[in-house]
Each structure stands twice: as structure tokens, then as C-alpha cells.
Design a protein around this ligand. Structure first.
Ligand SMILES: Cc1cc2nc3c(=O)[nH]c(=O)nc-3n(C[C@H](O)[C@H](O)[C@H](O)COP(=O)(O)O)c2cc1C
Length: 400
């Protein structure tokens, strides 16, 4: 019996299995608006076999976009475009659909990141805009200097998160994830590397958590209880002066108290000086396990979880409740369906693709030699009793 394919409830949402498509920026929006690309991309991922698909980091105000190509949720047009995408893609499968909302802070107004460690500030002639941050210094000397956020900025951005949450709710998303990791605004407040404030929002751990917690509480107030609310946390900055894992766990405990349903424990990507150790399979899973130990939150692991066997091990050994899969899903948008076959689990296929399911196509074990024969328990286009891989009459080159 596969643990990966057991259902799980988080908040008011029951996920069919433990596989999550991690949010991934596409840099393909126009003025913050979702495009046909997003429909195709998310549509494909809704057919991946994952229990939950989370759309990319989506800005809560224009100044919070990382690039000109980032999605936004700060006006009615953005909401309408996403509502249409949700309505179309939710017809494709029973996967839950979520969206991540965030604000890039001092890392806004840049070019799409080609090298993952090196964004580039936009020059004025490419439409650079005023950025905001906890303190008035840039990522390095080549980056924009952000405006240090005053009380009005803090109130405005907090409200922008709550407004975006309401828009995401009206658009029909089941799950909302607040981005508090990867060197973006909420993480910039959390980390002593980027937060040099001397007011109530800087200094002690408690003070650095204040703004992100205010944002999460504002979102919690408007996000329905019968949906699910998560937060992406930076477990460690991997920086000598950065936020520690103990602080990240303390933050997760505060998130639990604020009514959050799950956290996803990511890491790194803050500022020059970050020393990310060489990634090995599942290299961030221990952080998710710590959250399971110290909180009652649903805990999601992420980071180089690329094989079904590793995903199964993480869930079956109770190291995390959910596994988020990023690049492996870009590589293979049927990752979850193939994982089921590798683990001997029968899952629903889209009716249009029934002829390619494991027990219905002679080619399947040729393409996936590691697949286990799956006993069909669900609908296929011929009764399971009529045969499987070894039925030449079904498995002809031309079909029926
Ligand atoms: C193209 C791309 C875009 C990404 N965009 C986001 C994002 O919008 N929000 C986020 O929290 N993480 C983002 N990430 C990080 C992934 O969600 C994930 O944490 C990371 O890729 C590690 O998981 P993986 O090894 O399974 O790919 C992105 C990663 C990639 C490859």
C-alpha cells in the first residue's frame, strides 16, 4: 500500500494524494495578466496525477512583481483572467488548485532570472520601478536601492495581501500559499541579513517576524476556513549572519497559532554570501521533519525530490506529509501518473488518455520498465477482466 497515494486533509481541503506541484514562475504574464501559456501549463499539470497544483508567485501589488512577466492579483482584470483559468483547468481532473501570493520587495524590478543565483535590476529605459524593502540597501551595488518601508507602506502591502487573497478566493482557488521565502519581501523582514531596522519590525526574532505575521493574520481573516492556507518558509538562509533554523521553527509555531494549515520548508536564495551546500536528493526534507516534530502543522518538503521512490520514502517514514515537486514536473508533466505505475497504484486517467494507461497499453512497460503491473480498480476503456499488457488484440499498432 503506497503512502504517497493516501489522501490527506489540510484545512478544509482533502487532497487525493501527497504529491504537490511546486509553484514555478513562468515570466509569461503581460501586465500581470495570465496568458494562454498559463492555461496550457497549468492545464497540463492538472493532468499530472498530483493531488495539488500550486500556481506561481503572484504579486499582490504592481511594485511587488519580480519582473514585467510576473502574474499579478491586484486588479479586477487579473482576477477575471485567473477565474477563467481556474474554471477551465478544474474540469480536467479532481486535483486541488492553489496559488502562491507574494511580494518581491527589494528583489522586484528585475529581468527574468536566467542563472538561478543572479537576477539583474532593470535599467530605467526598460521600465524599472521603485522597489520597497525593510531597509534601504540593495542586493548588491548593481541593484536598485529600495525605499525603506514606513508605516503607510507596511499598511498598504499588508492590505494588498488580504485583497489578493480575496481575489484568489473569488477566482475559485482551493489553496492559498503566502510566499515568505527565497529572499522576497516577507523573508527580507525575517532575516537579519536584509532587515537592519531599529523600530518594532527589526532587531529581535519577535520583531523581525512581526510584519510577516501581520500579513498572514490579515490573509487568514479573509481566506475561507473551508479552503487551505499555507506559507512557504525559508528554513535556513545558508548565510553566516542569516536566519537560523531555530528561528524558522519558531516562525512556523507562530504561523500555526495564526491559523495556518500547512508550511512548506524551503531554503536559501537571500543575498550575496549565501553558501548553499551541494544539493543532494531530498536535501531539505529534514527541515520539514523538524516542523512535524515541533508543530501540529501539515508539513510539506521540497527540493530535489525527483523520483517516486524518494517521495514514497519521505511520506511513508513520516518525514513530511506532502512532497512538492518542481523541475521533475516540468521535465515530465505526467510525473504523478508514472509514479503511481512505479508504485503499483491504480489511479484515474483523463478519459482522453485511457488508451495509454498502464494496464491498457502494451507499450507502457517498454517505456517504463520499472513500472509494476497494476491491478485495475478504476475505469479503463475495456473491463479489467478482458486483459492487460499481454492482450495483442487491444495492443495493436492502430488501436481498436
Ligand atoms: C522555473 C522555476 C520557477 C520557480 N518559481 C518559484 C515560485 O514562483 N515560487 C516559489 O516559492 N518557488 C519557486 N521555484 C522553486 C520551486 O518551487 C522549488 O522549490 C525548487 O525548484 C526546488 O524543487 P525541485 O528540486 O523539485 O525543482 C521555482 C523553481 C523553478 C525551477
Amino acid at each position: 500500500m503506497s503512502a504517497l497515494f493516501q489522501p490527506l486533509q489540510t484545512g478544509g481541503v482533502t487532497l487525493e494524494n501527497r504529491i504537490v506541484v511546486s509553484p514555478m514562475c513562468q515570466y509569461s504574464a503581460v501586465e500581470g495578466l495570465a496568458q494562454p501559456w498559463h492555461l496550457i501549463h497549468i492545464g497540463g499539470l492538472m493532468l499530472s496525477g498530483a493531488g495539488l497544483v500550486i500556481m506561481e508567485a503572484t504579486a499582490t501589488e504592481a511594485a511587488g512583481r519580480i519582473t514585467h512577466g510576473c502574474l499579478g492579483l491586484y486588479n479586477h482584470e487579473h482576477e477575471a483572467a485567473l477565474a477563467s483559468l481556474v474554471s477551465e483547468t478544474k474540469k480536467l481532473s479532481s486535483a486541488a488548485l492553489g496559488i502562491q501570493i507574494g511580494h518581491a520587495g527589494r528583489r522586484a524590478s528585475c529581468r527574468p532570472v536566467k542563472d538561478r543565483n543572479k537576477g539583474e535590476s532593470l535599467p530605467p529605459e526598460e521600465g524599472a520601478w521603485q522597489t520597497f524593502g525593510p531597509s534601504a540597501f540593495g542586493v548588491d551595488e548593481t541593484w536598485h536601492v529600495p525605499k525603506e518601508m514606513d508605516a503607510d507602506d507596511i499598511a498598504r502591502v499588508t492590505q494588498s495581501f488580504a485583497d489578493a487573497a480575496q481575489r484568489a478566493d473569488r477566482a475559485g482557488f482551493d489553496v492559498l500559499e503566502v510566499h515568505a521565502a527565497h529572499g522576497y519581501l516577507l523573508h527580507q523582514f525575517l532575516s537579519p541579513v536584509t532587515n537592519h531596522r531599529t523600530d518594532a519590525y527589526g532587531g529581535s526574532t519577535e520583531n523581525r517576524m512581526r510584519f510577516p505575521l501581520e500579513v498572514v493574520r490579515a490573509v487568514r481573516k479573509v481566506w475561507p476556513k473551508d479552503k487551505a492556507l499555507g506559507v512557504r518558509v525559508n528554513s535556513t538562509d545558508w548565510h553566516p549572519e542569516g536566519q537560523s533554523i531555530d528561528e524558522a521553527v519558531a516562525f512556523a509555531q507562530q504561523l500555526e497559532a495564526a491559523g495556518v494549515d500547512y508550511v512548506v520548508m524551503s531554503a536559501g536564495n537571500l543575498a550575496p554570501g549565501t553558501q548553499i551546500p551541494p544539493a543532494t536528493p531530498g536535501h531539505q526534507v529534514d527541515f520539514a521533519t523538524l516542523v512535524k516534530k515541533h508543530t501540529g502543522l501539515v508539513s510539506m518538503a521540497v527540493g530535489l525530490i525527483a523520483t517516486p521512490e524518494l517521495a514514497e520514502e519521505i511520506v511513508s517514514e513520516d518525514k513530511a506529509d506532502l512532497v512538492a515537486i518542481g523541475r521533475a514536473m516540468l521535465d515530465n508533466p505526467r510525473w504523478g501518473l508514472h509514479a503511481a505505475a512505479r508504485l503499483g497504484v491504480d489511479v484515474d486517467y483523463p478519459p482522453q488518455y485511457l488508451r495509454a494507461r498502464p494496464n491498457n497499453w502494451l507499450g507502457f512497460p517498454l517505456v517504463h520498465p520499472d513500472a509494476q503491473p497494476v491491478e485495475a480498480t478504476r475505469q479503463i476503456d475495456r473491463p479489467a477482466s478482458s486483459g492487460g499488457w499481454d492482450r495483442p488484440d487491444i495492443n495493436t499498432a492502430s488501436g481498436r
